[in-house]
Each structure stands twice: as structure tokens, then as C-alpha cells.
Design a binder for this molecule. Structure first.
Ligand SMILES: Cc1cc2nc3c(=O)[nH]c(=O)nc-3n(C[C@H](O)[C@H](O)[C@H](O)COP(=O)(O)OP(=O)(O)OC[C@H]3O[C@@H](n4cnc5c(N)ncnc54)[C@H](O)[C@@H]3O)c2cc1C
Length: 464
């Protein structure tokens, strides 16, 4: 008999006024008892609607049925059949708009907590399994991956399991992409990401760090080194600035830089010598996950007042619901229907405020969301000493400028077919944010997975 409780089993978490002063994980995860109780809410529907919402087709009802029986390691193995990074996805996927929004239990109550169960199972396996990945026998073919984010890591893992000699070239000194440099420790502990990278190393994947493709070597030079196919998963790490006067004052950051200094360069640690401005009054402009992360980090770095400045209403906020909820609980103040007009600064060029304007919503624009329209005479000033721009990113132009024959679109994204990641350049495949623009971890993983299958096909056909 399923558990007919209309509500999800709640997730234990740190109290808001405790956690907004530390960088430890906010949500603490289910216990085994909680996981079994929650798994028993699954109706094991025949047509598996939840799976239609998962870009990597995790066998959701099957793994949940194993959890309900207490077979946690078997459940982890079931997820691993299709997903390389369950401990990551269980923490950061927008389940409410993917698997969980198709859950039948969501019609008359809350959906089954698929993400929380995925996280539980992945954590359990990490802590209790003694199994170690083993390098498969080599098939004698070399492939290269550009970028060690979720797209590149997934592609690398699948190709390594097929027997390819895989080398990942990463520009930064640490593999993991946004999972390492962007998403804060309190949402995604870095030991978890590192463990996934170590598994790839056990499979024989080689990581070459501090290697900027397009500078250290070009794509064509990598082909010259004997790589038969190359996957480009270089992400979309180039920040967009707000485009208002005064924006180059001291105390204005892009969210990417601010988060990189805190996460990757460990500015949050006591005695860290990473230069960062410990601001007291901060405004983050934007409403996505990146904006929530920057705002919540600013609180933890000691700011007394932190604002999210967003030009539409709460309904249009693109961030995950959980992040919005947590940010509010932690004391972040939301200024909805507010657009920045000018960054104000003093005679030393240090930020003193942000001039803003009130907006109202008009007709839907090309994105389908209602267009914000300025309300005349509604200007006001927020007193601040720091402004963080989190209004979007695009791919860095380096690869497109150094790779003749690689087609890109007007947003600077590589043009690649969605099903296989095939680009205009023979032997080059691409996926993740480098193709779609800033999107999600699971979409990047899905693209890496499909490209790995297509690269295998390509190399086999070439060597027939
Ligand atoms: C702060 C933040 C929070 C986010 N929160 C969420 C969330 O909660 N949920 C979610 O699903 N998504 C979230 N996202 C989005 C998600 O992280 C990305 O969509 C995802 O990481 C894209 O994966 P990727 O592999 O395509 O690129 P990335 O993760 O960006 O990885 C690309 C890698 O390529 C490397 N690289 C770039 N150029 C070169 C080069 N020339 N040579 C060698 N290496 C290169 C980069 O250094 C990087 O390591 C967030 C993004 C940010 C920035």
C-alpha cells in the first residue's frame, strides 16, 4: 500500500539565521528512514510520466521502488545506468520544472521528492560502496574533450567506458566547470564534485589543467596530436554587464568573478588572502540561480543588507524555487519590478548607490514573458557599497576565433545539432552551455551523453 501523505517528507536543514553565516551545506539530506517513507509515496505509474521530464532519462520509478525496499546500493546502480552525476543533480536540478512537474502525486498534493531521493541514494552509495571504477581495455582510439564542466565530464565518462583514450583539456586549475567555480559550497559541496572527477580518473580519463584551447593549442593542433574526434563543452562563462552609466566603479562585480573568488579561490575561508571586497550593502541585479547564489554568498561574507534587483515580478523569476525560498529565509530582500539606471560613486570612484526605476508589466515579449515598462517619475536610490551583475553570460569567443570552419550563431554559441552535437567542422562535436547559452547542469549532461554516442559512431565509420 503506497504512503498517501499528500506532502513530501520534509528535508532537514540548517536554521536560516545560522546558515547565513556559514558556508556549510544548507540542506542536510534524508536519513534512510525518511528516504524509505518518501519512496513509498511513489505510485510506480505504468507510463512513467516523471521520466519524460528527465533529459537523461533516469529510470525514476525503478530506482524509487528499490529505495522503498531499502536496496539503496541497487538504486544507485540503477541511476548510474543513465546519469553520471546523481549527487550533483539531486542537489541542483530544477526538479519542479522537470521530473517532479510530471509526477501524478503532484495533482492532488506534492510531487514525490525525486531530487531528494536521488541525492540520498547517491550520497549513500558514495559513503557505503567499496566498488571502484576500473579502466576498460583500450580500443586504441584517442579523443579530446575541451572543458571539464558537466557536459565535458559526462562525455568523457561515456567515451572512457567504451574504451577510448580520453583527455580532458581544462582552462582552469581545477576540473568541474561551474560546479566548482560557480555554485557555492553551501549548495554543492566540492568534495562531491571531486569524487565524481576521481571516478573518471579511475576509468582512465586524463585531465590536463591550466590548458586553454585556442591559446595553449588550437583545435586543429589537437587533431594534429592524433585525437580523432573532439568534443567542445567550453560553457558560457563570459559575463554580460548591466549596461548602465557608472558600471566600472570600484565595488562592481560580475557574479561570475564574485563567485569564483569565493568558491574556487576560497575567499570565504578565514585568513584567506584572496582579494575580495567585504561589502556591507549589496545589490545583485538579476533573478536567476546565479543571482541567488551571489546574494546568498554576500550575506555569508558579512553584508548587513542584500537586495535582489529584478525588473519583472516574482512570478517571472527564473531561479529554482528552492533557491528563492532559501534566499528569502536568509534575509535577502527582493526588489521586484525594479530596473537599474545608474551606478553612483564618490570622488574615489567607490560605489555609493544604485539609481533604480520602478517598472510595470506590459504585453509578452519574444521570450513569452511580460515586458517590463518603466513607470515615469518613479526613480529612487538604493544606498550601497557593492553591485553585482548577474544578468546572463555567453560563450567566450576564443574557440570560435581560433577554429576555422566552426559555425557559431549571432549570440556566439556553437551551432550543433541537438541529437548528436555534430558541428560544421568535421570531427568536432559540441554541447552544453557552449551550444545553448547559459542553461542547466542536466541539459549539459544530456548533450555530453548524446555527443559521446555520436563520436563513437563517427570514429567507427571512419575506421571501417
Ligand atoms: C552560479 C551558477 C549557479 C548555477 N546554478 C544552477 C543550478 O542550480 N541548477 C542547474 O541545473 N544549473 C545551474 N547553473 C547552470 C549550470 O551550472 C550550467 O548550465 C552548466 O554548468 C553548463 O555545463 P557546461 O559543461 O556546458 O559548462 P561549464 O560548467 O561552464 O564548464 C565549461 C568548462 O570549460 C572550460 N573552458 C572554457 N573555455 C575553455 C578553453 N578555451 N579551453 C579549455 N577549457 C575551457 C571552463 O573553464 C569550464 O571549466 C548555474 C550556473 C552558475 C554560473
Amino acid at each position: 500500500m503506497p504512503n498517501m501523505n499528500p506532502k513530501k517528507c520534509p528535508m532537514p536543514e540548517q536554521a536560516p539565521d545560522v546558515r547565513n553565516k556559514n558556508f556549510e551545506e544548507v540542506t542536510l539530506g534524508y536519513t534512510a528512514e525518511m528516504a524509505v517513507e518518501e519512496a513509498q509515496r511513489c505510485l510506480n505509474c505504468k507510463n512513467k510520466p516523471c521520466m519524460t521530464g528527465c533529459p537523461v532519462q533516469v529510470k525514476i520509478p525503478e530506482f524509487i521502488a528499490l529505495v522503498a525496499e531499502g536496496k539503496f546500493l541497487e538504486a544507485a546502480a540503477k541511476i548510474k545506468e543513465t546519469s553520471a552525476l546523481p549527487a550533483v543533480c539531486g542537489r541542483v536540478c530544477p526538479q519542479e520544472s522537470q521530473c517532479e512537474c510530471h509526477c501524478v502525486r503532484g495533482i492532488k498534493g506534492e510531487a514525490v521528492a525525486i531530487g531528494r531521493l536521488e541525492r540520498f541514494v547517491a550520497d549513500y552509495a558514495r559513503e557505503n560502496s567499496t566498488e571502484k571504477a576500473v579502466k576498460p581495455e583500450s580500443n586504441g582510439h584517442k579523443v579530446a574533450i575541451v572543458g571539464a564542466g558537466p557536459a565535458g565530464l559526462t562525455c568523457a565518462g561515456d567515451l572512457a567506458r567504451m574504451g577510448y583514450e580520453v583527455t580532458v583539456f581544462e582552462a582552469l586549475h581545477t576540473a568541474g566547470g561551474v560546479l566548482m567555480y560557480g555554485i557555492p559550497e553551501f549548495r554543492l559541496p566540492k568534495t562531491i564534485v571531486q569524487k565524481e572527477i576521481d571516478t573518471l580518473k579511475d576509468l582512465g580519463v586524463e585531465f590536463v589543467l591550466n590548458f586553454v584551447v585556442g591559446r595553449s593549442e588550437t583545435i586543429d593542433e589537437l587533431f594534429g596530436d592524433g585525437y580523432e574526434a573532439i568534443f567542445v563543452g567550453s560553457g558560457a562563462g563570459l559575463p554580460t554587464f548591466i549596461g548602465v552609466p557608472g558600471e566600472n566603479a570600484n565595488g562592481v562585480y560580475s557574479a561570475n568573478e564574485y563567485l569564483t573568488r569565493i568558491n574556487l579561490m576560497k575567499a570565504y575561508k578565514e585568513n584567506a588572502d584572496t582579494p575580495i571586497y567585504h561589502a556591507k550593502k549589496v545589490a545583485v541585479v538579476g533573478g536567476g540561480n546565479v543571482a541567488m547564489d551571489a546574494a546568498r554568498c554576500a550575506k555569508r561574507m558579512g553584508a548587513d543588507e542584500v537586495y535582489i534587483v529584478y525588473r519583472r515580478s516574482e512570478k517571472e523569476l527564473p531561479a529554482r524555487l528552492e533557491e528563492i525560498h532559501h534566499a528569502k529565509e536568509e534575509g535577502v530582500v527582493f526588489k521586484f519590478l525594479t530596473a537599474p539606471l545608474e551606478v553612483l560613486s564618490d570622488e574615489n570612484f567607490n560605489v555609493t548607490g544604485l539609481k533604480c526605476q520602478q517598472m510595470e508589466l506590459g504585453e509578452p515579449d519574444a521570450s513569452g514573458r511580460r515586458r517590463p515598462i518603466p513607470v515615469e517619475g518613479s526613480e529612487f536610490v538604493l544606498d550601497l557599497d557593492c553591485v553585482i551583475a548577474a544578468i546572463g553570460t555567453s560563450p567566450n569567443p576564443l574557440i570560435r576565433h581560433t577554429t576555422p570552419g566552426l559555425e557559431t550563431n549571432r549570440k556566439g554559441c556553437i551551432v550543433a545539432d541537438d541529437e548528436h552535437g555534430i558541428t560544421s567542422k568535421d570531427g568536432v562535436f559540441a554541447g552544453g552551455d557552449a551550444v545553448t547559452g547559459a542553461a542547466t547542469v542536466i541539459l549539459a549532461m544530456g548533450a555530453g551523453k548524446r555527443a559521446a554516442a555520436a563520436m563513437d559512431e563517427y570514429i567507427k565509420n571512419k575506421n571501417k
